[in-house]
Design a protein around this ligand. Structure first.
Ligand code: FRU
Length: 493
């Protein structure tokens, strides 16, 4: 990534569109050895506009091959967010037993209807592919879910529910979600609504997802739900619920808690992959690494926005209840091209990690462990910096028991008011050892703290890439237990 070029700030290993605007990840499905990633895309500009589904595939969730645009707007509307599934039993009849279809459901957004102030301009349509997602045919009788008169009615997410032998659809409607089911992905029956009494309602609800996960030998259902605005650090963010789903109705086990999958400002509209084989067993997630507060103003020009790294979700039992943890997928280890052991040390003021680890790259990974200071209350953590004096701090405040990211001196920050603000996340773990797993790229850092029980994602735009990293402690000395550092490079396909 050159300095001061149109390509400045292009991530080295995070997914970005080849050019122009991108927002939500869409339609992620695993099929025939390939992870598909579609995304909200406007191919004619680097700001949001009439939406298409861009497309890429990967065999390892790390290296992505760009494919032609999969879905274009048509006479019914623009193509907003949605999901896709492998219809392996050909319930839709779009394919055959030998060649089952991939079926995508998306929101049609009709701009004329919106301008005319009608209330039914968002409906749900479907499309199918019989050639491993390379080309798509829209269903002739679209839309398949009509709008009951709700201004915001979008972002369908599909899954097969084995006990009821039905497809289930969850979509966002204002600040509620609605559930439907179908035997064939075409005819849909309304089941229930969720949200009136639960969750955060500071904005419109978007991009729901619903899936089962095991914890304590028991099956629980997790609902992801993005909200804009209303995030814990301003703007857009993704909350979640843990509870039960009986095939018709979802209930939460924690009616009074608002929970966030990622407390950072830059992880939005994330959902999970469909049809990951049971032999794999993972619940794989990816999010849009930006925030509606400033996504259209970030200082990149050839393209706008990146996705987070792919993450594995799991449920963990904590003192506060069952919570969702996120960890970077193991496949990301393929990016490591140099690995360095960091020795334990008592840190006073600062300890230069890049020097110790011989790092000279803006793409770095760290696994670090610290003793929680018992008597002191000084902040500590990691600084990423360049020779211009610009920096990002990823740290912990023992007194407040919270993680934080400070990007106030990270370079280009004044492109939009509100980009600089205090970014914090409560620490959930109770142990006396803190761990940080950091994925750093040219324009982002993802913190997976305490085994992924606290996650924060933040983007930044330094005038020169951050190729240095150091431990810092504000006042008191700090016991660093050591760790590992890696320089990362994108491998060719
Ligand atoms: C979320 C969202 C979705 C919508 C899409 C439009 O970021 O607003 O609700 O489908 O983006 O691009």
């Amino acid at each position: 990534s050159g300095q001061d070029t149109l390509e400045q700030h292009r991530p080295l290993y995070h997914f970005t569109p080849p050019e122009q605007w991108m927002n939500d990840p869409n339609g992620m499905v695993f099929y025939d050895g390939e992870y598909h990633l579609f995304y909200q895309h406007y191919p004619d500009s680097n700001v949001w506009g009439p939406m298409h589904w861009g497309h890429a595939v990967s065999r390892n969730l790390v290296t992505w091959e760009h494919l032609p645009i999969a879905l274009y707007p048509d006479s019914i509307g623009m193509i907003f967010s949605g999901s896709s599934v492998a219809d392996v039993d050909n319930t839709s009849g779009f394919g055959s037993a030998d060649n089952p279809p991939l079926v995508a459901m998306f929101t049609y957004h009709n701009a004329e209807g919106e301008r005319a102030r009608r209330n039914d301009y968002q409906t749900q349509g479907i499309a199918y592919s019989l050639d491993k997602g390379r080309t798509w045919e829209k269903y002739a009788n679209n839309p398949v879910v009509n709008n009951p008169g709700l201004r915001d009615f979008r972002d369908p997410n599909l899954f097969w529910h084995e006990p009821t032998q039905r497809w289930v659809l969850i979509l966002a409607a204002g600040d509620r979600v609605r559930l439907y089911n179908s035997p064939d992905l075409k005819a849909w029956t309304f089941l229930s609504e969720f949200g009136e009494k639960n969750g955060d309602h500071g904005g419109v609800w978007e991009c729901p997802d619903l899936f089962p996960m095991m914890v304590n030998g028991q099956q629980k259902w997790v609902m992801l739900l993005s909200i804009n605005p209303g995030g814990p650090n301003g703007g857009s963010a993704t909350q979640y619920f843990v509870g039960n789903f009986d095939g018709k109705k979802f209930t939460t086990d924690y009616p009074n808690d608002t929970l966030w999958i990622d407390y950072g400002p830059d992880d939005y509209a994330g959902v999970t992959w469909s049809n990951v084989p049971e032999s794999d067993g993972r619940r794989l997630f990816i999010g849009w690494m930006s925030n509606w507060d400033y996504a259209k103003e970030v200082p990149t020009y050839a393209w706008r926005s990146a996705m987070t790294v792919a993450r594995t979700l799991s449920l963990v039992q904590t003192d506060a209840g069952v919570r969702l943890a996120s960890r970077p997928v193991q496949e990301l280890e393929q990016l490591r091209n140099g690995s360095y052991t960091l020795s334990a040390a008592t840190v006073r003021d600062s300890l230069d990690l890049s020097h110790q680890a011989n790092l000279q790259s803006p793409a770095m990974e760290f696994k670090l462990s610290f003793d929680l200071p018992k008597t002191t209350a000084s902040d500590f953590g990691v600084r990423l910096f360049n020779d211009l004096g610009e920096e990002v701090r990823i740290g912990y405040e023992p007194q407040a028991k919270q993680w934080y990211i400070d990007r106030s001196r990270s370079g280009k920050t004044d492109f939009k008011e509100g980009f600089v603000r205090r970014i914090t996340a409560p620490r959930l773990a109770e142990s006396d050892t803190l761990t940080m797993h950091l994925y750093v790229d040219v324009a982002s850092v993802e913190l997976f703290a305490d085994d992924g029980t606290t996650v924060m994602t933040s983007i930044f735009f330094p005038n020169e890439d951050f190729t240095h990293a150091a431990l810092f402690t504000e006042r008191d000395s700090l016991h660093f237990n050591g760790g590992e550092a890696f320089s990362l490079t994108q491998k060719p396909l």
